[in-house]
Design a protein around this ligand. Structure first.
Ligand SMILES: [Cu+2]
Length: 470
């Protein structure tokens, strides 16, 4: 067959396909399933937008995006479709960009064909041969920088035999970000090539911001529903240990392919890779999306939420059954049993320092210096420096009952959980409190066992324990 005739034939076949415009969605939304059963020619229009958006609370960053969000628009096509992709580079942008879609069979995944200057648009066409969930990203030099600035997203090539119907589908992509300053520094933060090359991100987040999936923006579900998450990892550098705290993935389409593994706790998502995870919402509560390389979650922002409403299943998860009142009853015995021998000896000796080491130092640190962002200092703290009479009662209360919520100590904010410290009788509690009141330059009067006894007796009553499970 002559080349000319072949070209005419192919053009004729493509032209014969029904045409449609792809539904593109912003994260965390996913376009609806494709219901047609034959191929189509699908038009995708992606606009590149360079813009400033929040990366964390009070922290701004100049993102480069596909469609104005990080990740970019979710693209859904069907296996066998012919995709006509337009890349539009907004005239206000400063840089040229392109797109490499991992769903493309062909050189560069479309990169060279879509290289586009600001104020221009380019087009190329590809056939989606392989089903699966694929990352797309910009591949303009310096490639790492374009990706690090947010230029990635997911394209799902729905298999000819679609996955089973679920009640909800969501779109979540992890990414690492590199700024000169460490996490949390307010204001507009410039990109740091040095940190990017060293692979030392200051931020690791889902959907482009530490706040994108929390509070009002949390993912939502109802008890009894099934959820499918299309999860990607834009990188540019880190591998994600994707986990949802309190859930087990009933099924994972590992690496975004078509094979499943069942009953998975944590799935590995490489940079430039993906996974599809599915689970049933068996009971109510808030489930936390994390990268289980867990410092990233608590110190760099990789935390999202899935809020599940509805009648809880107490037979599956009871909720809190043992209340603080239990600690009150059993306190002395259990805590003493848990003490290692050396600490127990010290406890017997009523040595305030040893009691502090055994009961408080794991959080507040050996010299009471605390840990920034996690545990407030006790050394020279506002609280202990001005240990007025009301504060003395509060101190006893917070040690026995624990404490949560925001506190400001020496100008630094903390919002943590102090668990109740059980097992200290009046004498020992007096000893440890006297120690913290006088160590490290603190200068408050010591506590006597008698005072502690009175303060303990004056504590407000505990709320009643929760109703038994049924
Ligand atoms: Cu780019």
């Amino acid at each position: 067959m002559s080349v000319v005739l072949w070209k005419v034939l192919v053009a004729g076949m493509v032209a014969a396909l029904p045409e449609e415009k792809a539904v593109l969605t912003e994260p965390p939304l996913v376009p609806p399933p494709i219901t047609r059963t034959t191929p189509a020619k699908v038009l995708v229009e992606l606009e590149v937008v360079e813009k400033v958006m929040p990366l964390a609370d009070g922290v701004d960053y100049t993102f480069w995006t596909f469609g104005g969000t990080v990740p970019g628009r979710f693209i859904r096509v069907r296996e066998g479709d012919t995709v006509e992709l337009w890349l539009e580079n907004h005239p206000n942008n400063k840089l040229p960009h392109n797109i490499d879609l991992h769903a493309v069979t062909g050189p560069g995944g479309g990169a060279a064909s879509t290289f586009t200057a600001p104020g221009h648009k380019s087009r190329f066409t590809f056939m989606a041969l392989n089903p699966g969930l694929y990352v797309y990203h910009c591949a303009t030099a310096p490639v790492g920088m374009h990706i690090a600035n947010g230029m990635y997203g997911l394209i799902y090539v729905q298999p000819k035999a679609p996955l089973p119907k679920v009640d909800r589908e969501y779109y979540v992509v992890q990414g690492d970000f590199y700024t000169d300053a460490d996490f949390g520094q307010k204001g507009l933060q410039p990109f740091s090539m040095k940190r990017a090359i060293d692979e030392r991100p200051s931020y690791v987040v889902f959907n482009g911001s530490a706040m994108s999936l929390v509070g009002d923006r949390a993912l939502k579900g109802k008890v009894g529903e099934t959820v499918r998450l299309y999860v990607g990892n834009g990188g540019p550098n880190l591998v994600s240990s994707f986990h949802v705290i309190g859930e087990i993935f009933d099924r994972v389409y590992t690496e975004g392919g078509m094979r499943t593994q069942e009953n998975v706790q944590t799935t590995l998502i490489p940079a430039g890779g993906s996974a599809i995870v599915e689970f049933k919402l068996n009971t109510d509560g808030t489930y936390i999306l994390v990268d289980h390389s867990i410092f990233r979650t608590f110190n760099k922002g990789s935390l999202g939420m899935l809020k599940v409403e509805g009648p809880g299943r107490k037979d599956i998860y009871s909720g809190k059954e043992v209340d603080e009142a239990y600690l009150g009853d059993e306190s002395v015995a259990t805590s003493l049993k848990a003490q290692p021998a050396a600490a127990a000896a010290a406890v017997a000796a009523n040595d305030g320092r040893a009691l502090f080491v055994a009961n408080c130092s794991m959080c507040h640190q050996l010299e009471g210096q605390g840990v920034p962002g996690a545990f407030p200092p006790l050394a020279k703290s506002d609280f202990l420096a001005t240990l007025s009479n009301t504060k003395r009662g509060e101190l006893v209360e917070l040690v026995l009952r624990g404490k949560t919520g925001k506190v400001t100590v020496n100008g630094l904010e903390f919002n943590g959980v102090m668990t109740p410290v059980a097992g200290l009788d009046d004498e020992r509690l007096a000893a440890v409190l006297s120690y913290v009141a006088n160590a490290w330059g603190n200068k408050a009067p010591a506590f006597t066992a008698d005072e502690v006894k009175k303060l303990r007796a004056a504590l407000p009553p505990l709320p009643p324990p929760p109703a038994p499970a049924h």
